[in-house]
Write a protein that binds this ligand. Sequence first.
Ligand code: 26Q
Length: 803
Amino acid sequence: MTSINNVNNMKKALRDKLKLSYGCSVEEASEAQMMRAAALVLREIMADREISTKRATREQQARQVHYLSMEFLMGRSLMKNAYNLGLSDTLTKALDELGFRAADVFEAEPDAALGNGGLGRLAACYLDSLSTLEIPATGYSICYELGIFRQRIVDGEQVELPDNWKELGSAWLVQKPQETETVLFGGTLRRFMDNGRLHVVNEGATPVLAVPCDMEIAGFKTDHVNTLRLWDAKSPAPLDMSLFSQGEYLRAVEQHAMAETIAKVLYPEDNHYEGKSLRLKQQYFFVSATMQSIVRKHIEVCDTVMNFHEKNVIQINDTHPALVIPELMRIFMDDAGLEWDEAWEITRQSVAYTNHTVLAEALERWPQELVKTLLPRIWEIIDEIARRWQEHVEEFYHDGAKTAEMAIVWDGQVRMANLCVAVCTAVNGVSALHSDILRKDLFKDAYGMTPEKFQNVTNGIDHRRWLSEINPGLDSLIKELAGNDDYLMKPLELKKLEQFADDGAVLDRLAEIKHANKERLAKHVKRASGLVLNPDAIFDVQAKRLHEYKRQLLNVLHIISLYHELQDDPNKEMQPHTFLFGAKAAPGYAVAKRIIHLINSLADQINNDPICKDKLQVKFLENYRVSLAEILMPASEVSQQISLAGKEASGTGNMKFMMNGALTVGTLDGANVEMHEVLGDENMFLFGLHADEVVRVKREGYMPQMLYNRDEKLHRVIDQLRWGFRDGVSYDDLAQRLLMNDEYMLLQDFASYCEAESRMSATYADSRAWNRMSLLNIARSGIFAADRAVAQYADNIWHVPHR
Ligand code: 26Q
């Protein structure tokens, strides 16, 4: 292998790859071709290291982590891999010298958007830390042909387009057909005795082939390279005519149809469960392929499954891969010949579960009949686990209500969260408050039985990507002030910045960096939509999936009230304010789509009203995604984290904003609580009810109409929704929703929110105070690094050593 250590041999390697895979010269190559050539150059380095890493793991028989997730929201990889391999400057220079604009080559890479939002992006950040901390680990998911849809805004409304990413994005994927697994669906069970043992076989099942597409995951400042294994679905039977003549026509077509659809598309719902049979097929497909592959490799090394739990730990990312539990039992009993009790002990000690939501509508409950027909053997095993669990609970509590609450199978449904809680060795939430709610509310009875199972691991983000890579100005300043780049491996070193909190020159430079990043974003927005953002206005940003509990609508209500103030007094002195939104709505979530339309109607009104000139702007950024977040975060000054307290499990966008120096306007929800712990009241803008107050007010009877009648400003804002704006669209439906029910208590928190926003604006006017707060936010953001979170999983849940 060519070792690449300078610009010249990088240039040569790029030329060679272009020649080999496209038969073209540098002069003839497009940006996309150059991007793929660069990917090949880096992959060659990573492939060698991946092989060595695997060999070392095998030889040491080290305990391995298997991170199962229906989503990995990877985004782009070229810059990331170059960065981790210590080659980003070399690559950038080489591309420049070959006559390319390096930025254009990086931008030619499509996002690998195999996820909806927080949960998927978290999995991607953790892969980076797993490699960097030198933990032997593999991620597993589905190689969806279509990632999260591309969003277009047409006449103010969201339109979904297919995200065909693989054509160009497959630069990072290596097919491993020799490691194909077969997954069985349907069929009927037959039992027979042989050698005094009961055997179970599935006859007439529909097989689907699972073909691995692997992606190498390089760590930072290490040769350790892990793998992300994405399973592609293929039909075992080619649709050929010879089969038809044998009367196998329907069977062949069915097999094909099944294989064709399974890996077709990522479900675009986020924090919402729908009992679609294709979704269940996807889950079992990737879980079964993964577990067969893991057990096979384990036996190759250890010759027995009896020590499986000592050498492997399976992390279940939300309940979506929960079928690993019955699938492992099935493999141990039906394939490896263990008895129930043996299989149970090994399974139990191998699995750990992370919960990511407490919203009732997001908890998976599969119809028992669906599980039974699609996965007959899995159903039997679940049913038996459920029966034994129920016995155990009855024995412990002697309380029918609790038995019902905690049941795994109840009322014709399989409750996946209860299955995970009953079986797993560890159950964790993703922020202090969220883990507390799991213990005291959602899983309180299970907590009463096994309190030691319940843990917290507050989420973290890949700070190398989300600060160093995407905000080079800030990265340089930090390194210069520290005199080293230690923060890259030790994020808590950011703390050292605090000594510059009162250094005017440093604060000025921080402000300059932010301003330059704002101009960069403004340029991007101008190119994409024509709107000219005012770079001297506060960039006040809410970027996250659109969901009622996240309360984008509360943000809108406040903007309308500011607009009213301007209408009442067009000469009013006010801090210029630019509100930015980025959000995808699930295609079937009508209310969320209405809110997007509303934001666009409001933007149209405000951006075209002369009284708002140089004072107020609103912009909905189309197609929010990882690569857009990478431009947005460094340019943001205010981070909106305004969910109703108790609803947002953690949030991770909040951490990205903070790390890039934005100040938070937020409720005490999710990880905002930990942010508040390190920042204090004086370095963020808190408002709204606390989680326990939400519960109390709801219990005592919440009456949004009273608030509407009592608060004049609020009254006028709600009425404005009814009349709508200059495009003539009425939002009476949204107004009614707030007045009649207001499930997420927007009206309750409205006054407090307006007050926090005006405190924030007043602070912004004092740029010295603002920049000081911004610096302290960056300095104290180190605890939100994924390295810290993954180290906690390693120490407390997986029990594996790490760097
Ligand atoms: C389930 C069944 C059928 C179809 C779709 C789904 C589904 C898909 C995605 C359910 C939930 C999700 C995603 C949830 C999610 O992203 N949760 C977020 O996880 C983050 C990482 O822990 C937290 O920071 C956020 O607070 C949480 O909302």
